[in-house]
Design a protein. Sequence first.
Length: 283
Amino acid sequence: MRVDLHTHSSWSDGTDPVEGLLMRAREEGVDVVGLTDHDTTAGWADAARAVERTGVRVVPGIEVTTLGPRHSLHVLALLVDPSPDTPLAQMLSGSRSSRDTRARRMVERLAVDFPITWDDVQAQRATHDTTVGRPHIADALVAAGVVPSRDAAFAGPLAAGGPYYVPHAAPRAADAVRAITAAGGVAVLAHPSARSTTGLAEELVEELVEAGLAGLEVDHREHDDATRVQLRRLSRRHGLLVTGGSDYHGSGKINRLGENLTQPDVLEAIVSRSTSGTEVLTP
Ligand code: AMP
Ligand code: FE
Ligand code: FE
Ligand code: ZN
């Protein structure tokens, strides 16, 4: 059984609609997909239908954007209660609305130097509920001929710390882990060492474990072999599950479905740890 616990659809910054994503998974021989769009559960309803059509199982999830002590941290919330009245749901809707304001501000700054409008960015979102992010601004810049690719947009005008960059509000990492756990979900720190030069601080892991953290996404494209060895050791020390995922974004990134996987017994442990009533979607 091949389990890929980290993917994005066009409900956030992936380019495939949910059903297309699952069709692709079937082609690639992936049996179980974690649907983890940024800061939203909006794609789960599509997943229920797409599972019937494709036979690929889905672990309903979210990739929650949070603030760590030094930079932003992403937390996968797997098999969580999606109901709108949990503190987690309130955090997510706060993040989405701040993402909206932030994207508009970035477009205002960009519009001084480049031919781009808010409508151009809107045209790149699949729906009005699609979680907006820099990738949609990147797509608008590509469409306007300013840059050749998302990658070039991120390396250029959209770079964090650059003159056009604006941050958005997000919950603190430990608060998000507590809210995910309180909503019956299983919290896994996504790509914890990606783009970090200093590695994952032991104190941070301790704080997050205290808050309910269940696992680390060790097997991810942005972790080299030495990092994976370190993270596996850290996981053992703290009794954390080890997961893997592709972080597939359709044609928005080079990541291929199934390029990193989660062991089936780890999926079983995640299922038994969840207390939300949300189940793996099975045809
Ligand atoms: P944001 O959350 O709006 O700041 O945008 C960050 C998102 O952009 C992440 O979820 C990544 O998936 C995506 N991203 C970051 N760097 C790149 C890149 N070089 N090419 C394509 N997508 C990227
Ligand atoms: Fe993304
Ligand atoms: Fe991420
Ligand atoms: Zn991701």
